[in-house]
Design a protein around this ligand. Sequence first.
Ligand SMILES: Nc1nc2c(ncn2[C@@H]2O[C@H](COP(=O)(O)OP(=O)(O)OP(=O)(O)O)[C@@H](O)[C@H]2O)c(=O)[nH]1
Ligand SMILES: [Mg+2]
Length: 659
Amino acid sequence: MRTLNLGILAHVDAGKTTLTERLLFSAGAIERVGSVDAGTTQTDSLDLERERGITIRSAVASFLVGDLAVNLVDTPGHPDFIAEVERVLGVLDGAILVVSAVEGVQPQTPRLFRALQRLHVPTLIFVNKIDRAGAGPERVLGEMRRRLSPGVVPIGQPLVTSGQQQETLLLEVLAEHDEAMLRAFVGDDAGITSARLHAQLAEQTRRGWIHPVYSGSAANGIGIEPLLKGVDELLSGARGDPAAGVSGRVFKIERTPAGERVAYVRLFAGTLRPRQRVQVGGGDDAKPTSIKVFAPTGAPRRDIVTPGEMATVRGLGTVRVGDAIGEPPPGEDVSARFPRPALEAVVFPIRAEQGGSLRAALNQLAEQDPLIDVRQDDHRHEISVSLYGEVQKEVIQATLEREYGIAADFRETTTVCIERPAGAGEAEEVINAKTHTNITGRSSPQSTNPFIATLALRIEPAPFGSGIAFRSAVTDVRLIPLYLFHTTDTFATQMEAYVREALAEGLAGWQVTDCVVTMTDCGYMSPASSPSDFRRLTQLVLTRALDRAGTWVCEPLADLSLEMPSSTAPGVLAMLGRLGGRVSGQFSAGGISRVAAVLPVARVRTLQHQLPGLSMGEGILESRPDGYQPIGDDPPTRPRSGVSPLDRDAWLASLAKRG
Ligand SMILES: Nc1nc2c(ncn2[C@@H]2O[C@H](COP(=O)(O)OP(=O)(O)OP(=O)(O)O)[C@@H](O)[C@H]2O)c(=O)[nH]1
Ligand SMILES: [Mg+2]
């Protein structure tokens, strides 16, 4: 049987969960249609989701259409939970992008569409809510042509009213990518059969060149059958080799009430069975204790996963979201796609004695959500978490209370800056020549290297948004401690992990990013050198190199979309200007003005507070992190979580104390 892993993505409230419910119902997977408003849907199953009527975690539900088994992944649309969408993207074979027929293309829509395009995920579009007053599917189609892709092509009612019109519309779009279609379109070839057209439609959809647009109402079950037909005929699952080595990816982690981790895995190649030994996240091996393959209702329950399928797997030890199972699947690294959280807040227990359990609970939440970065400040004994926004903060607070019985509160939310190297810097430590013989034959002049390893690192700035890249320029394999790391590749992978760890706190205490770190020399002494020598030396050498390079502290920017009565726009724009905002687009119609702008995240809250007064209570503001800008004067610093390696003696003393 073919399996298709199909994501449903959209801006918040467009109707993803409602559509998921309808698709499950129409395909016969459920007997009754649940509703988001009554808290009875399949995929919004958490108490918090049901109460709030929003999706917080992605969820999988399966159904059968024709001979195609579909694993539907319903995702959250609220920008605070974008991390959840990010990790689903890498395991999809296809997607349905939902767009409201009333609100049209919303801020999150083009972002999600671009991410799908980047990953070559074939995408159908569903224009939802055509039953509502103010619905304008034609208008929304025009918006999508302009803002998403010229390759959107409407299929069927109500956007297309006749077979003749459908053929013309299809030919026009298909002709962009196909010679034969072009000839037919310009009238040189009258003989294109509808079967040929259909085959081209499927081909170009799978290649991600064009995007068939369906429309209807998820709430009222209109337009669902044609969409299901489109899923069956235009999308297809990927096939992998069941005889190859196991290769899969974990896209979600859940915990059972007893605390056991349940990993949601999509398999790309190989065959995974219970009790079969597999490598988890490039680290230790584990043996799944139980496996449940996702399958449409009525299909036999299986515990052997084949390529293209999804399963929940228990017994994978300390597995984390994003981990590879077995060989890492090919394709792009899942990180660095959407902007990182731009906010953080200190969390404290209301009852002081719950400090320890709070820390443990937050660490568990961070396992499920790698973007919840939990920082422990050893000086002040404080824990802070990184955040996308207020809704996420409320959800964390409620989760701590309900699932862990911990009453916790947050101090004021602050922005998270980053540091970028201002130039290039290099540093080196050679194995102490007095006590050890350095295989490179050189010796450290002052013999001060406290670790049994040689290391030289260079750090240089890299393009904005590029993250951290690590390269090794060491070509002489004799310099590489193979007795510790087995292969040159594992050594490089491990060094990269040490480099990332060392860059977690830069000169001003912020995470260092957008840089290339090159290892220009290394050395060891067998059998005295240990991985810990390389890890510690990386911290020491890299911090020194960074100190020489210098850094720019950069503050996060927010991409804003504002909506207000046009009569109030001048006042709102004036305030935006005073706060240092930059308008990037403006549009007025029917007495309403829409403004797109960029503003430092730190000032979004001020605008939020002023907006009701400035807009007669009718202004709407949405914001999400988007990029950074250097702060010239007096950049903020963040207290380090421990002693800086630049303060060498104190740092060494603190290491000795930690043991
Ligand atoms: N009138 C109308 N309302 C709809 C339709 N589809 C969904 N809704 C309503 O729109 C609201 C949001 O629907 P959801 O299905 O929760 O939207 P979502 O995209 O899953 O929302 P998030 O997961 O929170 O991003 C609910 O009140 C639905 O009842 C529709 O076709 N017509
Ligand atoms: Mg939802």
